[in-house]
Design a protein around this ligand. Structure first.
Ligand code: ZN
Length: 240
């Protein structure tokens, strides 16, 4: 059994479709979504409907929360704020309600999923180094936890110490815990523009980060046509 684990789609329909096609080519039969389905790009409703139809486990991201709320979003950066105010208008009350009801943390079979951190999932902190990872590991009761939010794929391992793993694939070892960032489908920020997601191969006990090309000019054109900030289109080519 292979899980495709994906998040931070951010309303990028072309990237989401490319990830789904790649995951099917790779033989994935189950899906898990780490949140931030909406915000930034121009197809929030379409991306939401695809994820809803998958009928898979989903956790809530900060952009899902912002799009579903009525707050002024003053805590967000101006780009995110503008995109989310626009996003709200594109969603139906039924869609906003669905986003509001998503849980922050879930256990799926023998692993855990969360959008941001396990130590304080609703505070939307960022896990970028091993000290941040250490805080989440204290609340991790399964061997593996998948997360997103930073848009940078990364694997942290914990046995006696906590350290970052190297490479795009890890072979799970007994007695070691893993806190795995699967990267972002719709707005990668590690300098690689291609969509990112992870495959968890349960029998092989491997986790692999995949990168997938998609129709970038189409996504950028829609962002500009929608009147969203041009920087949101430009940054997609840079992977930032
Ligand atoms: Zn995000």
């Amino acid at each position: 059994m292979k899980f495709a684990i994906f998040g931070d789609i951010h309303a990028n329909l072309e990237a989401l479709q490319a990830v789904i096609a790649d995951s099917q080519d790779q033989g994935c039969s189950s899906y898990v979504c780490l949140g931030d389905i909406v915000g930034y790009a121009a197809n929030p409703a379409e991306c939401m409907e695809i994820v809803r139809e998958m009928n898979c486990p989903v956790v809530r991201g900060n952009h899902d929360e912002g799009a579903a709320s009525t707050s002024l979003l003053e805590e967000l950066n101006p780009l995110a704020q503008r995109a989310l105010l626009w996003t709200r208008e594109q969603l139906t009350e039924d869609q906003r309600q669905w986003l509001r009801e998503l849980k922050l943390v879930r256990q799926v079979r023998d692993f855990t999923i969360v959008h941001a951190t396990l130590d304080s999932p609703g505070a939307w902190g960022y896990v970028t180094n091993r000290f941040d990872a250490m805080a989440s590991f204290s609340y991790q009761f399964t061997q593996v936890c998948f997360y997103g939010h930073t848009h940078v794929p990364r694997v942290f391992e914990k046995d006696d110490t906590v350290r970052g793993a190297r490479g795009d694939q890890v072979q799970l070892q007994r007695g070691v815990k893993y806190f795995v960032n699967v990267g972002s489908v719709g707005q990668p920020r590690d300098g690689d523009w291609r969509a990112a997601y992870a495959i968890y191969d349960v029998p092989a006990q491997t986790i692999t980060i995949r990168r997938v090309e998609y129709d970038l000019p189409a996504t950028q054109g829609k962002i500009l046509d929608a009147g969203l900030p041009t920087l949101l289109a430009e940054r997609l080519s840079l992977g930032k």
